[in-house]
Design a protein around this ligand. Structure first.
Ligand SMILES: *[C@@H]1O[C@H](CO)[C@@H](O)[C@H](O)[C@H]1NC(C)=O
Length: 151
């Protein structure tokens, strides 16, 4: 009985790791972004990226938001938009500049989202592409977003 329960726990754990959609812990996110090379990428500090993720998706990798103005959708932890960056086969005139399926941006593993974010900030608009960042993170004290994290 105990062994069976342990096995069930293990299976649930594995399921939660492999399946799509997960709210990430702030410091785990910060560390993951650091490992994936976002700290000071294009001069943007780690705290800026954590703040961006907080306000765009509330750290939820499975987050999607439809934009009725142009029939596009934002995907994942960074709310990456389907009009320019990824393909969801339903956005009129999508450019898919990251050459990726929007669904891949919803995985627990945020590797693809980070690669695409790096592409986005290389554009002239840079991190200003994100309204959530402009409104809540730009020119703000961002210490609290990485405070207490072992980085
Ligand atoms: C992710 O979002 C989709 C669409 O909102 C939902 O159907 C699915 O259950 C979610 N997955 C998880 C693991 O929360």
């Amino acid at each position: 009985m105990k062994a069976a329960l342990t096995l069930l726990t293990l299976e649930l754990l594995l399921l939660s790791i492999t399946l799509q959609g997960k709210v990430l812990d702030r410091c785990i996110l910060a560390r993951t972004l650091q490992n994936l090379g976002l700290a000071d990428f294009q001069g943007i500090t780690l705290a800026n990226w954590v703040c961006l993720a907080k306000w765009e998706s509330n750290f939820d990798t499975n987050s999607t938001r439809f934009n009725p103005e142009d029939d596009s959708t934002n995907y994942g932890i960074f709310q990456i938009n389907s009009r320019f960056w990824c393909s969801d086969h339903k956005t009129p005139g999508s450019k898919n500049l990251c050459r990726i399926s929007c669904k891949a941006l919803l995985k627990n593993n945020i590797g693809s989202a980070v690669v695409c974010a790096k592409r986005i900030v290389k554009d002239p608009q840079g991190i200003n592409s994100w309204a959530g960042w402009r409104k809540n993170c730009k020119n703000k004290n961002l210490r609290k977003y990485v405070q207490g994290c072992r980085l």
